[in-house]
Design a binder for this molecule. Structure first.
Ligand code: SF4
Ligand code: SF4
Length: 372
């Protein structure tokens, strides 16, 4: 497949038009309430052209740049998971009848999404979801049905944010697989265009329908140089060498108390993380007592009830919950799924109200390691 074409801004609009004509709901980055969110877009003008973001621990700001760039912002606050693995889903409904009750298992007509401008780290997170919710022993029906219909247009990163560390996690800043199209935005010599890497037959078929030109060797080299520059400018780094073993051996390290004193157990870090997938299931009965809905909703390991087993919760303290979360991301996920539970997107650092930074905490455990 691997060939690359050059697309103008108008061609990008044609791409969106073509997707919409095929009944795709196009999801892309847009500004809403002074932040970038990932949601439905109708046209290229909905993208945050001329805006950039500043992200640091507990800090998020947008500012105008005066540049026409569409992708000067890094990732959005919410990832694609809101669309493929909704935060709330009705699984079944039951109603009382004269001599018994009926149960209706909910089956949705899955929406057909085109994920436009999804970042390489988020694409890597999707591969982890695929592994967990499609390929292991059980699959998730809602995720599977939506995922199968999804068309993916990734946007390679040419500017990382202050909390990004995808280069340390081998999950960016360039998309390497799993996309239909991967775009790199170029503005040079007064020209504004995109190099599109074609990753699937359906993308090739789509590209044939819109105006495009073969990318020159110079264009491809320039696009790659922008991505390499981004790799060198990561806001954070994480030393992953032997990290799993260090974390396991430091389960009782007193540093967990220090971070536990700061953690508010608000769960923000789990709600923004593109690799978190825990849910809980609850039954809601209406006031008549005749109808009930079984609803699955996202859960967080920071909730007290999350670890409730007979008689009480296993993790009652904030340090135990933070330790559980970080250990899952960087150690136990490896043993469960043979991959890291972190793609280095940095969202948990940006959106933590207590400015707790996973890279700092992992490095503090390494530094104060008691047994390794
Ligand atoms: S680490 Fe930060 S975001 Fe996560 S639960 Fe604690 S205070 Fe909230
Ligand atoms: S743990 Fe933090 S940096 Fe890693 S994938 Fe989740 S939100 Fe991103």
């Amino acid at each position: 497949m691997a060939h690359q074409v050059r697309l103008t801004l108008d061609a990008l609009q044609s791409l969106i038009d073509e997707l919409q004509s095929r009944e795709y709901i196009v999801i892309g980055p847009k500004i809403e309430n002074r932040k970038v969110v990932y949601d439905e877009i109708a046209k290229i003008d909905d993208l945050p052209a001329g805006w950039s973001d500043e992200q640091e621990a507990a800090t998020y700001r947008l500012h105008k740049t005066g540049s026409p760039a569409l992708f000067d912002i890094t990732h959005s606050m919410n990832a694609w998971i809101h669309h493929l693995y909704p935060s709330k889903a009705t699984l079944l409904k039951a109603s009382r009848e004269n001599s018994g009750f009926t149960v209706e298992r909910m089956k949705e007509a899955p929406p057909k999404y085109a994920l436009f401008g999804i970042r390489p780290c988020d694409l890597e997170a999707m591969k982890k979801y695929d592994r967990i919710l499609l390929k292991d022993t059980f699959h998730d029906e809602i995720y599977k049905n939506r995922r199968e219909k999804t068309f993916i247009i990734s946007a390679n990163c040419t500017r990382p944010s202050g909390t990004c560390f995808c280069a340390s996690m081998d999950s960016g800043p360039k998309a390497t697989s799993g996309y239909d199209l991967a775009l790199t935005e170029i503005i040079r010599d007064g020209d504004h265009y995109f190099i599109a890497d074609i990753g699937s037959e359906s993308a090739q078929e789509l590209i044939n329908k819109i105006p495009q030109a073969e990318a020159s060797a110079d264009d491809i080299a320039y696009a790659n140089s922008l991505i390499e520059k981004a790799r060198e400018q990561m806001g954070r780094t994480l030393n992953t060498g032997n990290l799993k073993e260090i974390l396991y051996k430091n389960y009782e390290n007193t540093h967990w108390d220090t971070v536990g004193d700061r953690c508010l157990t608000c769960g923000n870090c789990t709600l923004v993380c593109p690799t978190c997938f825990c849910t809980t299931i609850q039954d809601y009965t209406d006031l008549t007592g005749s109808n009930v809905e079984r609803i699955r909703q996202w859960d967080s390991c920071y909730n007290n009830e999350f670890s409730y087993i007979h008689g009480g919760s296993v993790r009652t303290s904030s340090y135990a919950r933070y330790r559980h979360w970080l250990m899952h991301k960087l150690a136990t996920y490896h043993d469960q799924f043979d991959t890291s539970g972190c793609v280095g997107c940095g969202r948990c650092i940006t959106w933590c109200p207590a400015a707790i930074d996973i890279t700092e905490e992992a490095s503090a455990i390494r530094q104060h390691s008691i047994t390794v």
